[in-house]
Design a protein. Structure first.
Ligand SMILES: [Zn+2]
Length: 91
């Protein structure tokens, strides 16, 4: 069995891999001053805690949707259909 000729060793075969400065986060931060981001963040909190949702239960799937919308800033087009009103919120 014959082995193919290996190329001569090079000290720097390829340019270094550039990693993105910000890895995609599961919990993106809302953009300051953006009403849609703030709204999505409020609903994400409500869905995570169950505090403010219509049925009072948590909804992880909906919370992830809110994160997607925040990451989708400036929201053109919108990726999720958030409730129009702010979450109710109980003290
Ligand atoms: Zn935004």
């Amino acid at each position: 069995m014959s082995r193919p000729c290996l190329p001569a060793h090079r000290s720097c075969p390829e340019p270094p891999v550039e990693l993105p400065l910000r890895a995609p986060s599961l919990k993106p931060a809302p953009v300051e001053g953006c009403a849609v981001c703030a709204h999505a963040a409020a609903w994400r909190q409500a869905y995570r805690t169950g505090n403010g949702t219509a049925d009072g239960y948590t909804n992880r799937s909906a919370a992830v949707d809110c994160s997607l919308e925040i990451r989708n800033h400036p929201h053109e087009p919108r990726v999720t259909r958030l409730p129009v009103d702010a979450p109710a919120g109980r003290p």
